[in-house]
Design a protein around this ligand. Structure first.
Ligand SMILES: [Zn+2]
Length: 177
């Protein structure tokens, strides 16, 4: 949760804002805060020069542990026992939301479940609709019509092939049996 005021327990100053990495349920780390202006643009270190001496881009990282986070103004430890003192921007006390807020559970994957009636309806819709799902292949149609006794030429007219082509397809299929 970002843009909250971080208050130094020593001098009560507010040199830092929280970043989106701030999680009150975890020990404080350097990446949870950001040194505010004007101190940032003045080139101050994020944390006490005496202990740290590193510029914000190096100090404000997960590698900076709470014990290394001293106030850049007075040098007092900012995170006693790993806890930062945090205030809302309007000065009111920050009340952390429940821990789940910081560790959202992965969204559940919803697998649709169909009833037998649903499946029957889907099946019937396919059978009753023309050519969807059960379209007869050209070869199947040729063999069906051949089985019904049609000539190669008549079959050819129905499937858009020459009679000779139909004959060759039928012969080839017979040879492969
Ligand atoms: Zn201080």
């Amino acid at each position: 949760m970002k843009n909250l005021d971080v208050i130094c327990p020593g001098c009560r100053e507010n040199f830092h804002a929280t970043t989106s990495a701030y999680n009150p349920y975890q020990p404080a780390r350097g990446d949870m805060v950001r040194l505010r202006d004007p101190w940032r643009k003045w080139g101050w270190c994020s944390f006490s020069d005496g202990y740290d001496g590193r510029p914000p881009k190096i100090a404000e990282t997960p590698n900076t542990l709470w014990a290394m986070m001293d106030c850049p103004g007075c040098g007092a430890p900012m995170a006693l026992n790993g806890r930062l003192i945090v205030r809302n921007p309007d000065g009111s006390a920050f009340v952390p939301p429940p821990e789940d807020f910081y560790n959202p559970k992965p969204a559940e994957i919803v697998i649709p479940v169909y009833s037998d009636d649903d499946l029957d309806a889907e099946w019937n819709a396919r059978i009753n609709s023309k050519g969807i799902g059960f379209a007869e292949s050209k070869d199947d149609k040729i063999f069906r019509l051949r089985g019904e006794g049609l000539s190669y030429a008549k079959i050819g007219r129905q499937v858009g092939l020459s009679g000779e082509m139909v004959r060759q397809i039928v012969k080839k299929a017979e040879n492969e049996k």
